[in-house]
Design a protein. Structure first.
Length: 405
């Protein structure tokens, strides 16, 4: 029997090496099937029992394509949805000021464009779309059309066309259904998050969290199926007098078990046995699996990928003393760095588009979540005896007081 196993191993190893696929990662399922077939073969030769066995196979992760990311991550996972909305709405809520770098005066043309990017969106709604696409796909494409409007394009519909040397972007192609539109490089602002494996497209937090999202969604599906079916078979089906079964009957029995009772969609179904069949419990109960603890752990991983404190998306967390402290941490470590990056990208791009060197300033004094930081700064400056009144006012952004003659 050992020699038979060795021959099977050598046979499949040669196949996978020939195809260029690593043996250790791909032989498992095929070997498992052959081992079980051999066990059934030797069991049938003895006048004993035949058993149908179902083990845990390799996980099937959702493919990291835009539509799958959006559906499974944004639309079906409450924690990812909440995290994305929390980041996008926080950034879009920050008031903006646009000033000319040369004289410090307000840039009316750029201010007008940002306040009303297009006929369908305000500044807040437009920036929320930009940040949401950035969180879902790692890319956000903003197009300045012939009418002078700014539109945030759906990320999966934009294709980058590199130049002849593949060192920079030459143009973009926007595709809707069968229609293709060529967009000039200077008319498109491409915001992207760092991707170590791709020169052209970014890598999103949703992609980093997607295995945790898959686990959470599967646990939710499993729990729903258990509640709908009211039970959960997991174990080994023993067939007495198995020598009476043909190979076709054994194969059909394995197929029926797999099709009717395997997977989260069939969790909890009551198995009906007849004709000398016996069920041997082998799996873990819901209590053993500790689903509540597992779901909370996975939800924390999702929050961590987005840089959102768990308490802000509804998960109890002892890392922060208060909700106010967690929100301040969220703004300082996640919102402000991303908002600064977006601010600089828009300022550079709009300066070239409108031939006017502008600076976009974030009015952080209007952000209520940062009030505690402002109070701390004001107290430190007011207690600094080595600074004059005008020096203190300059640090806080106020104009100096004219001295009396």
């Amino acid at each position: 029997m050992i020699s038979i196993f060795k021959k099977i191993l050598d046979f499949y190893k040669k196949i996978y090496e020939h195809e260029g696929v690593q043996y250790k990662n791909n032989i498992k399922n095929t070997m498992e099937a052959n081992v079980l077939n051999l066990l059934r073969h030797f069991s049938a030769r003895r006048k004993g029992s035949f058993f149908a066995y179902h083990s845990v196979s390799d996980p099937r992760w959702t493919p990291c394509k835009y539509e799958a990311l959006s559906e499974e991550g944004f639309q079906k996972n409450v924690f990812a949805y909440r995290a994305i909305n929390l980041i996008s709405r926080s950034i879009s809520s920050i008031p903006l000021m646009v000033k000319k770098v040369d004289d410090g005066k307000e840039s009316e043309i750029v201010t007008k464009v940002l306040e009303r990017p297009n006929n369908h969106q305000s500044r807040s709604s437009f920036l929320e779309s930009v940040v949401s696409y950035l969180m879902i796909s790692g890319n956000a494409f903003v197009h300045h059309d012939d009418n002078g409007e700014l539109h945030c394009l759906r990320s999966d519909r934009v294709q980058i066309v590199p130049n002849a040397y593949r060192t920079a972007v030459d143009s973009y192609v926007y595709g809707v259904d069968s229609s293709k539109f060529n967009l000039k490089n200077e008319d498109v602002l491409h915001l992207k998050l760092f991707n170590p494996l791709n020169d052209w497209y970014g890598f999103s937090p949703l992609q980093a969290a997607f295995r945790a999202i898959d686990q959470y969604n599967e646990m939710s599906n499993h729990n729903l199926a258990v509640m709908q079916n009211g039970g959960r078979p997991s174990g080994c089906l023993v067939v007495r007098n198995a020598e009476n079964l043909t190979d076709e009957q054994r194969a059909q029995l394995r197929f029926d078990i797999q099709n009717a009772y395997a997977g989260s969609k069939n969790a909890g179904k009551v198995m009906i046995l007849e004709g000398g069949l016996e069920w041997k419990e082998m799996g873990q109960s819901l209590k053993d699996l500790d689903f509540d603890s597992g779901r909370n752990t996975v939800a924390r991983e999702i929050a961590q990928a987005f840089g959102v404190p768990p308490v802000l998306i509804g998960i109890q967390d002892s890392a922060f003393m208060t909700y106010k402290e967690a929100r301040l941490h969220f703004w300082e470590d996640t919102v402000l760095p991303l908002a600064e990056s977006i601010r600089l990208e828009f300022a550079n791009w709009l300066s070239v588009k409108f031939s006017e060197h502008v600076e976009i300033i974030l009015d952080l004094d209007a952000v209520h979540a940062l009030s505690s930081r402002r109070e701390s700064l004001w107290n430190k400056i007011s207690s600094a005896d080595f600074l004059t009144i005008n020096e203190k006012r300059e640090i806080l952004g106020y104009l100096p007081i004219k001295e009396k003659e």
